[in-house]
Design a protein around this ligand. Structure first.
Ligand SMILES: Cc1cc2nc3c(=O)[nH]c(=O)nc-3n(C[C@H](O)[C@H](O)[C@H](O)COP(=O)(O)OP(=O)(O)OC[C@H]3O[C@@H](n4cnc5c(N)ncnc54)[C@H](O)[C@@H]3O)c2cc1C
Length: 444
């Protein structure tokens, strides 16, 4: 049974990717500066480490973002993944994305920005793109593909391994992680949290980190913050939006008979294909399932008991309210739809004929998970009260293990952490809301 201390200098709420990474890095930051240690930090989780999205993520680590401000966050993140790839289960296989000609200009800008921040990434256009893909997967159907890009530092990680690795590093630095402690409310004095109410009593803190993933909207309410937000854009426009919007993810796994390897017998890069003008045809019925194709996959690593692939497609918007508990695979409302299996295997079979006829090999199991998205679908890393820092990744941040490293600097008192500035909460009021992008997916 966890025992709740009466107070701690830093209370971190939520033991997912961000809570754990922030705690570990903050402990190191305090030690390095001679300002304290991990003993000044407690992480509270209502269930336990990895009980939220972090424990069920696909584990893809990529820098495929048209929002160039995210690129340095991923640069730091890969440094952290690579600091202990074995403990975090990080496979640096690279990440390849491919698209049609309408995405070429976006890819050019993205690749330029990647390389400018030290994230090695190559661009292939036209015939070169087709040849590049076929050099890795000889049966790749490149008919519709006009652009491809290869991120060398990216890859994928095992979610259970990452959680265990982070929890271990927290423990090594003296950070206490308390499971089964639910924060139920906040005692506020103006814009300061005086105490956190929990199921085991109250705890006070100098600083609180809110890293509660999909539950962020609930805590936003508990803090009495506004459900809507006026978002001002660089062009002078302004739109009032829900502060939090829930989306549910569509992911799954498929068994395979032969190992999935590259032409030169390696674990392939994660593959991500968005063909905005190419339909997905159900390979069993011949019916059009969608007028565009969006799919990603990789070796399934820790998800399967025999060889297989894991991947997904574009998430589905739920709205400004969702059933948060039970979470993930345990939630009946948000299981991946039955059509997803048809879509996933049909899209894969279209792209690589080796996967044709694999519908019966789709792994039939519970598979769901929701996330809370910010008004512009881009993370918010900022103080939202005088002593409450929010790490809200807009549900695409398993890969962002390095965000906690940067947040730790802020918590330790550093005046400016330039990489985090674009993600300030004040961007919405200040006319720096991020805009829309050339994709059917909210995460670019
Ligand atoms: C199915 C799925 C697949 C995904 N795939 C990828 C991917 O391939 N790559 C990628 O980069 N991202 C992916 N994501 C997104 C990524 O998993 C999340 O963005 C990230 O894990 C969020 O981490 P977090 O620490 O913010 O939150 P979480 O991991 O959700 O952790 C929040 C924690 O807060 C705790 N908590 C909540 N309320 C309270 C309370 N009142 N008191 C105490 N504790 C509380 C919860 O128990 C939970 O453990 C995926 C998400 C889903 C759902």
């Amino acid at each position: 049974m966890s025992v709740l201390p009466e107070s701690k200098r830093f209370v971190i709420v939520g033991a997912g990717m961000h809570g754990l990474s922030t705690a570990w890095h903050l402990a190191m930051e305090l030690e390095r500066r001679g300002q304290g240690s991990g003993k000044d930090i407690v992480v509270l989780d209502k269930t336990g480490p990895g009980a939220g999205a972090t424990g069920i993520a696909c584990g893809c680590v990529r820098n495929l973002y048209m929002t160039k401000e995210l690129h340095p966050i991923l640069r730091h993140s890969v440094d952290v993944w690579q600091s202990d790839p074995i403990r975090f289960g990080f496979q640096q296989v690279g990440y390849i994305s491919a698209g049609e000609a309408n995405q070429q200009a976006d890819y050019e800008l993205m690749v330029e920005s990647h390389n400018a921040c030290g994230y090695r990434s190559d661009l292939y256009v036209g015939q070169e793109a087709k040849s590049f893909l076929k050099s890795i997967w000889p049966d790749f159907n490149t008919d519709r593909i006009e652009v491809a890009h290869f991120e060398h530092p990216s890859g994928y990680a095992g979610t259970r391994q990452a959680v265990a690795g982070l929890a271990e590093k927290c423990a090594q630095h003296g950070v206490e992680i308390l499971a089964g402690i639910e924060v139920t409310g906040y005692d506020l004095a103006g814009r300061t949290i005086r105490k956190l109410h929990t199921n085991l009593g109250d705890i006070s803190a100098e600083a609180v980190v809110l890293s509660v993933g999909a539950w962020m909207g609930k805590h936003w309410d508990l803090l009495g913050l506004s459900e809507e937000l006026e978002c001002r854009y660089p062009d002078g426009g302004s739109v009032t939006k829900d502060m939090w919007t829930y989306w549910r993810l569509l992911e799954g796994e498929m068994y395979i008979d032969r190992p999935y390897r590259t032409a030169d017998d390696r674990d392939p890069p994660v593959l991500h294909v968005e063909l905005m003008n190419t339909p997905v045809i159900n390979e069993t019925t011949g019916e059009e399932m969608s007028d565009h194709l969006y799919v990603y996959w990789k070796n399934a690593a820790e998800r399967m008991e025999s060889i297989g692939l894991q991947g997904g497609t574009i998430p589905i918007k739920i709205g400004n309210a969702a059933t948060l508990d039970p979470y993930g695979h345990a939630n009946d409302e948000y299981q991946a739809d039955s059509w997803f299996a048809d879509y996933f295997v049909s899209a894969m079979g279209y792209l690589m004929p080796r996967f044709k006829g694999h519908r019966s090999k789709f792994k039939d199991r519970r598979n769901g998970g929701i996330g809370a998205f910010t008004p512009d679908n881009v993370p918010i890393f900022d103080w939202v009260l005088d002593n409450a820092y929010m790490v809200a990744d807009s549900n695409h941040g398993f890969k962002m293990i390095g965000a906690g490293k940067l947040v730790a600097k802020v918590l330790a008192g550093e005046n400016r952490v330039a990489e985090l500035e674009p993600f300030a909460f004040t961007r919405f009021a200040g006319g720096k809301t991020f805009g829309s992008s050339n994709s059917h997916c909210p995460w670019v």
